[in-house]
Write a protein that binds this ligand. Structure first.
Ligand code: NAP
Ligand code: HSE
Length: 437
């Protein structure tokens, strides 16, 4: 990394020096070429914001660069670009707003801030004629954001199906292949460093919901508020669901889905059964994949490592390089989201799909008839019923039911009524089947 030489450099400050920040700073210090082009100014690391300046770091860094005072960064006229990898909503959102207001370009990997505050931050960037870039916020190094903003921007995107959380995909893969239950698979993922000590954001689906809000906003050209996205996590899935799903020819994945319909946009995050021959069903471990349906491009799938220091650094460096190029050429910025489609989000209760239900029942005559009657009452047609293991001691059996396409609200009502039947012990799982992928 070059020393400052007059005005011929671009000052970059980094907020955060954890898993991602360390990888990014190391790359920036070692590989100037990663972010510059012939003729562009050199880059210079001006500051790194941390909570604790005394903490031992994963990267060898001049201690004078560390600060816990954001004002020293935002007030520094020699800092032109701020790379934010703090995580969490605050103080990150406030820092980024201040940075943009001060005329600094911003690059972030923080999906929570982009999903919740993206609209305001984009407007702030446009008002101040600076860049706000967030490639690494979805899929780490998978270049899906720039694809949606660039090569795919002229196509008409009508569907997004994505596996965009590495932690949950790792856990689901372990449950499917190792027969582990949820707690066992989570503990294994934590030991290996794939899941955080507090895994709530990942296993409850919140992380995927932020990422889907970002993808849908770009793909459909309309801002999507993450809190309006139906969201269901993976913690109620049972090892037996994976066994039964496999016997029926399905995998179970945490899917983030956004689809345009005539009058509305259907958008949701939940575990789903996927036919085993689909490409998305084969995405295992910590890998991510994003499938887009475009009017002209058709179905397109981007697959890669969606988490980790190096892939995320790749996304961040690409964004910084773009800022450097534009600063060097004094080029015009591209519009980030245009409000071209104003459609209401469709409530989950109006969804039409097939459903998998695992029902624990008393192993006696008439049970199936009682359950069928409830399904018939709610106009739900049954695709198949399989009786799985029976327990001789408790005299119970497990039924696995696959419905034909039915309405979500009807299925939820039917499930409640089935649960009220004297012959029914519990409904272990109710999982949507995603067939139109
Ligand atoms: P991390 O390891 O927890 O690091 C966070 C860093 O931010 C730490 O260095 C911490 O300082 C600093 N920090 C946090 N709050 C601060 C505050 N109020 N003031 C000053 N410094 C503060 O997090 P990470 O895994 O690198 O993730 C960073 C961001 O990247 C998140 O938005 C995450 O969602 C996103 N991301 C992560 C991955 C991944 O694989 N990890 C992939 C894609 C995107 P101290 O070190 O002093 O505590
Ligand atoms: N916790 C996230 C995941 C990190 O597991 O995918 C990358 O955003």
């Amino acid at each position: 990394m070059d020393k400052k030489t007059g005005n011929n450099y671009i000052g970059i400050a980094v907020l955060g020096l954890g898993v991602v920040g360390s990888g990014f700073v190391k790359a920036l210090l070692e590989e100037q070429r990663a972010v510059t082009v012939p003729g562009s100014p050199n880059v210079h690391l001006t500051h790194v914001l941390v909570r604790d300046v005394e903490k031992k770091r994963l990267v060898d860094i001049d201690k004078d660069l560390l600060t816990n005072d954001f004002s020293a960064i935002v007030d520094d006229s020699e800092t032109n670009v701020i790379v934010e990898v703090l995580g969490g909503e605050e103080p990150a959102a406030t820092f980024l707003e201040q940075a943009l207001s001060s005329g600094k370009h911003v690059v972030t990997a923080n999906k929570e801030v982009v999903a919740k505050h993206g609209r305001k931050l984009i407007e702030k960037a446009q008002a101040n004629n600076v860049e706000f870039r967030y490639e690494a916020s979805v899929g780490a190094g998978i270049p899906i954001i720039s694809a949606l903003q660039g090569s795919l921007a002229s196509d008409y995107i009508s569907g997004i199906w994505a596996i965009i959380n590495g932690t949950t995909n790792y856990i689901l893969t372990s449950m499917a292949s190792g027969g582990l239950d949820f707690d066992g698979a989570l503990s294994e993922a934590q030991v290996l460093g794939y899941a955080e000590p507090d895994p709530t954001n990942d296993v409850e689906g919140f992380d995927a919901r932020y990422k889907l809000a970002i993808l849908a906003s770009l793909g459909f050209g309309t801002y999507v508020d993450p809190s309006e996205i139906y969201c269901e996590g993976i913690n109620s899935l049972h090892a037996r669901d994976f066994k039964y799903a496999r016997e029926l020819g399905y995998a179970i994945k945490l899917l983030a889905i956004a689809r345009e319909e005539m009058e509305s946009i259907q958008i949701r995050v939940h575990p789903a059964l996927l036919r085993e021959d689909l490409l998305l069903a084969k995405v295992d471990g910590v890998y991510n994949a994003i499938q887009i349906q475009g009017e002209r491009v058709g179905r397109l799938l981007m697959y890669g490592r969606g988490a980790g220091s190096e892939p995320t650094t790749s996304g961040l460096l690409g964004d910084v390089a773009e800022v450097v190029r534009r600063m060097a050429s004094k080029g015009e910025k591209v519009a980030i989201v245009s409000e071209e489609r104003q459609k209401a989000l469709k409530p989950i209760s109006d969804l039409h799909t097939s459903y998998y239900l695992r029902i624990s029942v008393l192993d006696q005559a008439g049970v199936l008839a009682a359950i069928s009657q409830v399904f018939a009452k709610w106009d739900i047609s049954i695709g198949s019923v399989i009786q799985k293991e029976s327990d001789d001691i408790s005299q119970t059996a497990e039924l696995v039911v696959l419905t034909h396409v039915s309405k979500e609200s009807a299925v939820q009502q039917a499930a409640k009524e089935i649960l009220g039947l004297a012959e029914v012990e519990s409904i272990g799982s109710l999982i949507r089947v995603e067939s139109d992928v």
